[in-house]
Design a protein around this ligand. Structure first.
Ligand code: TRP
Length: 332
């Protein structure tokens, strides 16, 4: 039996951070052993909000390098750049005829982006979910690992697939959002305000590209307070976040030591942050160094990107042949 198809995309806007690593990339690395996987850099999507492409090249190469450094194996998965697979654009055109402007205008991310940037409400922004549906359906993917904020888009992709099948005949299986555990590891920003971000709140976000000193500095600046005054208190969320990070990168006995100190009201957050900073540096520096080495090896990158694109096009062109036939774009 053939394996189920998994697909996910990463926008090359800003820098990948620890939230991306533990929320997404670590799961991709696990999925590559079980499924037929397609992971790609969504460069067309980035044009909807970032028309200036000055930094696009370095961002795209960095995203590819960082994903490999985190454990994605380009032999096992198709790792490619969206714009290398023109079939996606063709499928996007067909799906656009099945998408209603009303539902697109009601999409949460669209409304958010209009509010944030009312000066650039382009049609690409409106049809962002259609392009995303094309990304997914072009490989007939059924499992799409994404964060909560993307779930509405997956639901829309499912609707477009159903509409297509209903009108033109069964071509697409129904895609679903997918993650291993219902409880995704959530990493808050170090100042306790929201999530870590690819482009905002940079002093409170740990980026995979951060050097050792920046990692230390950011962790030492993390929000704490004067400590609990009652035994076994509940932790404020910014303290819980430090423990979450510690559980991810420190040994069990270190975590237990600080848990006990918290519960006994003797915790010194300065000591905890120092320990966390060192363990985080130990965890992150090999990833950063590996990513940097890959990023500097343009020959290797070119090879990876070409082979990823080839795998993706092989799958996409099969789907498009069926799509054209189903729609009726075959005249002789
Ligand atoms: N919209 C996604 C994000 O901002 C990125 C993305 C583009 C994507 N195409 C996709 C994710 C297809 C999953 C499947 O995070």
């Amino acid at each position: 039996m053939s394996k189920e198809v998994v697909l996910s995309g990463i926008r090359p806007t800003g820098f990948l951070h620890l939230g991306n690593y533990f929320g997404a990339m670590r799961n991709f690395v696990r999925m590559q052993e079980e499924f037929e996987c397609y992971f790609f850099v969504a460069d067309w999507h980035s044009l909807t909000t970032h028309p200036d492409t000055k930094e696009l090249r370095s961002s795209v190469l960095r995203v590819i390098a960082e994903n490999i450094a985190c454990g994605l194996d380009p032999e096992k998965v198709a790792l490619y750049v969206q714009s290398d697979v023109r079939e996606i654009a063709e499928l996007y055109l067909y799906l656009n005829m099945l998408a209603y402007t009303g539902e697109l205008e009601r999409t949460t991310t669209f409304k958010d982006k209009v509010r944030l940037n009312p000066g650039n409400v382009n049609a690409g922004l409106l049809t962002y979910p259609v392009l995303m549906a094309a990304d997914i359906l072009v490989h007939r993917a059924v499992k799409v690992p994404v964060g909560k904020d993307q779930e509405q888009h997956i639901e829309m992709a499912r609707n477009f697939a159903e509409r297509f099948n209903h009108r033109y005949g069964d071509v697409f299986p129904a895609p679903h959002a997918f993650n291993y555990s219902t409880k995704l590891v959530k990493i808050m920003s170090l100042d306790g305000v929201g999530k870590m971000s690819k482009s905002e709140n940079q002093m409170a976000t740990l980026y995979l590209a951060d050097d050792d000193d920046s990692i230390r500095k950011k962790i030492m600046k993390a929000k704490t307070d004067s400590g609990p005054t009652e035994h076994n208190s509940e932790k404020p969320d910014y303290i819980e976040n430090l423990f979450t990070l510690m559980k991810l990168v420190s040994t069990d006995d270190v975590v237990q030591q600080f848990e006990a100190a918290f519960n006994g009201c003797s915790i010194r957050y300065g000591d905890m942050k120092k320990q966390l900073a060192e363990d985080m540096v130990k965890f992150m520096s090999p990833i950063r160094e590996k990513a940097a080495a890959i990023q500097n090896d343009k020959e290797y990158l070119a090879k990876i990107m070409a082979s990823g694109a080839e795998k993706a096009r092989a799958s996409a062109s099969k789907t498009l042949a069926e799509v054209r036939k189903a729609v009726g774009m075959q005249y002789l």
